[in-house]
Design a protein around this ligand. Structure first.
Ligand SMILES: Cc1cc2nc3c(=O)[nH]c(=O)nc-3n(C[C@H](O)[C@H](O)[C@H](O)COP(=O)(O)O)c2cc1C
Length: 229
């Protein structure tokens, strides 16, 4: 059984709707268990930082983590950014090393500078030593007879982009084409995770902590060559 966690924030529910569709698509893939984890403002402490040990424990147990946030002012929702910064703790010991990662963002405008939010997530995943999976669908919406509800109408591959028109609520936006793209994205992540997990026992992740890395650097290059990680 592969475990996929979808961790996201959402100001007014639109990104939450996308998260649910990704979950539906992933769950449809056999042998896959999916949990939705919402980042909320209640998890921000008096120090202005995000804390929730329970969420970090659940993420440490996942085989794949899907990151999602609305795009606000040209980058990922500030609340979600606080969550990313709290991952400094698992970063120290490479707790998420070799997990599958993917990302999605939702905004009101067709572009809305959503790429920046996806880039934030992909760079973050790289820092966590994770393995990034993009959208696998060909672009829609780019021929004279195409429809605005085509699958992958934004032609986004780094991650899933969806549009929720500014006067729509979370039940009516994003549009059905984007929601279908979200389902397909979920199924693709589940499929890639299953493929990845098939060899996981033979090639388990070997985290190297920052402290150990420092030790090896001081010990010299020969010390690094003694390890297969
Ligand atoms: C503070 C703020 C900033 C926003 N910035 C952008 C933006 O840069 N680009 C865009 O297309 N939409 C922007 N929007 C619109 C939201 O991305 C859009 O309403 C989205 O559906 C919100 O998702 P949510 O309901 O999950 O919070 C912004 C909305 C707010 C409240």
């Amino acid at each position: 059984m592969a475990n996929i966690a979808i961790v996201y924030s959402s100001g007014r529910g639109h990104t939450g709707t996308v998260a649910q569709r990704i979950r539906d698509g992933a769950t449809a893939f056999p042998g896959t268990q999916v949990e939705l984890i919402e980042i909320t403002a209640r998890q921000i402490g008096q120090d202005g930082r995000w804390h929730d040990g329970n969420v970090l424990t659940r993420l440490a147990a996942a085989d794949a983590i899907v990151f999602g946030a609305p795009t606000y002012m040209g980058s990922a929702h500030g609340l979600f950014k606080l969550f990313l910064e709290a991952a400094f703790t698992p970063w120290l010991d490479q707790v998420w090393k070799d997990k599958i990662a993917a990302g999605f963002t939702n905004s009101a405008s067709r572009s809305g500078d959503k790429l920046i939010a996806l880039e934030q997530m992909a760079v973050f995943a790289a820092q966590m030593a994770m393995v990034w999976v993009g959208v696998g669908d060909q672009p829609g919406g780019n021929t004279t007879d195409s429809a605005p509800t085509d699958v992958n109408v934004t032609g986004s591959w780094l991650g899933l982009m969806t549009q929720s028109v500014a006067d729509g609520d979370a039940d009516t936006a994003p549009h059905p084409g984007d929601l279908l793209t979200a389902e397909r994205f979920g199924r693709r992540i589940a499929r890639v995770t299953a493929r990845w997990m098939a060899a996981a026992a033979d090639f388990p992740p070997r985290p190297v902590s920052e402290r150990e890395s420092y030790r090896r650097n001081r010990a010299g290059h020969q010390e690094w060559r003694a390890f297969d990680d």
